[in-house]
Design a protein around this ligand. Structure first.
Ligand SMILES: Nc1ncnc2c1ncn2[C@@H]1O[C@H](COP(=O)(O)OP(=O)(O)OP(=O)(O)O)[C@@H](O)[C@H]1O
Ligand SMILES: [Mg+2]
Length: 255
């Protein structure tokens, strides 16, 4: 299965979602590989802590070598294929992307560039199914509708929406309104969670850095839904979170 993580707008959380959903699925025993399909502004590899990789997606495509030659394994066990951050690879042509992906014996999660540019359309065209990430605001919704429409024209299945960075404010669009506007189901809601920003600075995906955090629980639930593998929300979650908070803050009582 080739699953793309797309969005109409940029910065909504595609790369974060690709990595954490991939890692959550991996922890449930799924054979999953996450791929950086954002070749012009690649940063999936950076999220995982390394700037330079010997072989990347661009070399795979340009030298027509196997996708698995650019496979890396993160210390968490997550398998991933990074893209080069260098400007030298701006012209890499993704039009044959699907041919490379088809030969890979894993379930793939592809991180896409935002919007409907040449590269994101190539990613879209390569997928069996896409999930669209958005924030709960009007421009996100209208841009998301365009992505859905193009996917449907291409006969690519739209698996659902991932509603990210929810702050539970009355200026946000609600899940039901978004489903009605887009005619598409919201399959996951992920709160705005500062732990994600902390985990990014530590280059450690949130589901590994803080598996009890609200965002991590959302990722595990989504992974369970997509893979069919069971996930039970840990008992006494609120209490465990509180204890974690106290333990993480040695100066909490001003000591
Ligand atoms: N649920 C969340 N809560 C708080 N911060 C988040 C959340 N999801 C993502 N972020 C932060 O938002 C920023 C953008 O996330 P990310 O890079 O994953 O977005 P993107 O859609 O891949 O962006 P681009 O379109 O530029 O590729 C990052 O700083 C990330 O840590
Ligand atoms: Mg990204």
């Amino acid at each position: 299965m080739i699953r793309g993580i797309l969005s109409g707008k940029g910065g909504v959380g595609k790369t974060t979602t690709t990595i954490n959903l991939g890692l959550a699925m991996h922890s449930m025993g799924e054979n999953v590989v996450v791929v950086d399909g954002d070749i012009k502004n690649s940063n999936l590899g950076l999220h995982l802590g390394i700037l330079k990789y010997n072989t990347t997606l661009q070399e795979v495509i340009e030298k027509k070598i196997s996708l698995l030659s650019a496979l890396y394994i993160h210390e968490t066990g997550l398998r991933f294929i990074p893209a080069h951050v260098s400007l030298n690879f701006l012209e890499t042509d993704l039009s044959n992307f699907k041919n490379f992906l088809n030969k890979c014996p894993y379930n793939l999660l592809i991180d896409s560039p935002p919007g409907l540019n040449k590269e994101s359309l190539s990613v879209l065209r390569s997928c069996d199914e896409i999930l669209v990430v958005l924030e709960p605001y009007l421009p996100d919704i209208t841009d998301c509708m365009k992505t859905i429409e193009i996917a449907k024209e291409m006969n690519i299945k739209v698996g659902g929406l991932i509603l990210n960075k929810l702050r539970n404010k009355n200026y946000e669009f609600g899940k039901e309104e978004i489903e009605a506007c887009t005619n598409t189901k919201v399959i996951s809601t992920i709160p705005f969670d500062e732990n994600i920003l902390r985990s990014l600075s530590l280059k450690n995906p949130i589901v590994n850095y803080n598996p009890l955090s609200k965002a991590s629980i959302s990722y595990f639930k989504l992974a369970s839904e997509l893979s069919g593998k069971e996930f039970k929300v840990p008992k006494l979650l609120g209490l465990k979170r509180m204890l974690q908070f106290v333990n993480q803050k040695p100066n909490f009582f001003g000591v």
